[in-house]
Design a protein around this ligand. Structure first.
Ligand code: ASP
Length: 362
């Protein structure tokens, strides 16, 4: 018998669905245009009730409302609370897996966050944490939410021991690793998977499964969750034609601890920012460069030799690199307290998978 994260005494295996909000919980008042809607209006309990879900594969399904927001408004507090609940769930022997209903706008941040704070633990205990959501509100005629929720419950409860524990995303009949989620289209139903290595849920691609196993094996450790008031301040600056030095100069006066440059192409940035970047590295601001294209690899010394104090993001997009850098800076802070010598560069290097094939496996 155990007390689950909702506080009930549980004696049977169960699956927990955590509600965060988003369009899957959205309601539209305009039947002619369901894209005119408000996210985060229906409770996760009602989503399950409307879908008639009480149990799957012999596991009782429980739910907990963590938040009910449009994910554009996700806060550091939400991330800390969600991370702690997920870890608590992984430690409960009767909990078989977790589904998280979430807004798609910032699902890529949550995907990489969970992957980095508990992907290793989830893999070791053989439990799946599955993020899902919807592109159309819950009362739209063709809403994709019910099918996505059903698929997420299917993936989380699949009895095949063969499928590794870890953090996943499920949308439009496909599954990917949570760290690969990224919204790359404003309206398509598979928007969060368009840049991801993924596989159809009903007909798993062996190549995808091998890649997943390999990626999860390379995750040697989990990073600590920052307390809600201790998330390091990291900004994102996008390079563009006609960039002005002043934008970076302003940020240098702000007190930020880290900067992600969403560079052009292979991760380059406008030379107008060069003096500011040099100044930032001298001030000890951690800098990561990635590509504003949002997909592919940004590698060390490509195309030019790396500047001191700057690190290439590997396969992390700018929002993901920002989360990775925040977690790395927080881990360094905690390591200092425990007097363990390390650097943010060494920790950040393990936050991204640097050898992903640039060819997408579908
Ligand atoms: N604005 C919504 C959200 O991220 C979009 C969605 O869920 O698809 O909460």
């Amino acid at each position: 018998m155990s007390v689950d994260v909702v506080g009930r005494l549980i004696k049977i295996p169960y699956i927990l669905v955590l509600g965060m909000g988003g369009t899957i919980s959205g309601i539209s008042e305009n039947s002619d245009n369901p894209l005119q809607y408000q996210a985060g209006k229906v409770s996760v309990k009602n989503l399950l009730k409307n879908a008639g879900v009480d149990s799957v594969c012999g596991c009782k399904v429980f739910s907990k409302q963590v938040a009910n927001v449009d994910s554009q408004n996700l806060t550091a507090e939400h991330l800390t609370e969600l991370g702690k609940l997920v870890i608590q769930g992984l430690e409960d022997p009767l909990l078989k897996g977790l589904v998280i209903t979430h807004g798609t706008d910032t699902i890529e941040e949550v995907g990489i966050f969970l992957h980095l704070i508990c992907g290793n633990k989830a893999n070791k205990v053989g439990k799946r944490i599955v993020l899902t959501g919807a592109m159309l509100p819950s009362n739209a005629l063709l809403s994709d939410g019910p099918k996505n929720l059903a698929d997420a419950l299917k993936w989380v409860s699949s009895e095949f021991d063969d499928y590794p524990g870890g953090v996943y995303g499920v949308f439009a009949g496909k599954v990917c690793l949570g760290m690969d989620l990224s919204k790359r289209h404003a309206t398509d139903l598979d928007a969060p998977l368009q840049a991801a290595h993924c596989s159809p849920i009903d007909n798993l691609t062996p190549a995808w499964l091998s890649l997943v196993r390999f990626v999860l094996l390379t995750l040697e450790t989990d990073l600590p969750i920052p307390e809600s008031d201790a998330w390091p301040w990291v900004e994102i600056l996008t390079s563009y034609a006609g960039a002005r030095p002043e934008s970076l100069q302003l940020l240098l006066k702000s007190g930020m601890q880290g900067l992600v440059i969403a560079g052009t192409g292979l991760g380059g940035f406008h030379s107008a920012w060069l003096p500011g970047v040099l100044m930032a590295t001298k001030k000890g601001i951690a800098i990561v460069r990635c590509s504003r294209t949002g997909a592919g690899l940004v590698s060390r010394d490509i195309p030019e030799k790396e500047m001191d104090g700057m690190v290439a993001s590997g396969n992390l997009s700018a929002p993901k690199a920002r989360i990775g850098l925040q977690l790395a800076l927080n881990a360094v802070h905690q390591a200092k307290v425990e007097m363990v010598p390390t650097t943010w560069q060494a920790i950040f290097a393990n936050t991204s998978f640097r050898n992903h094939s640039p060819i997408i496996v579908r």
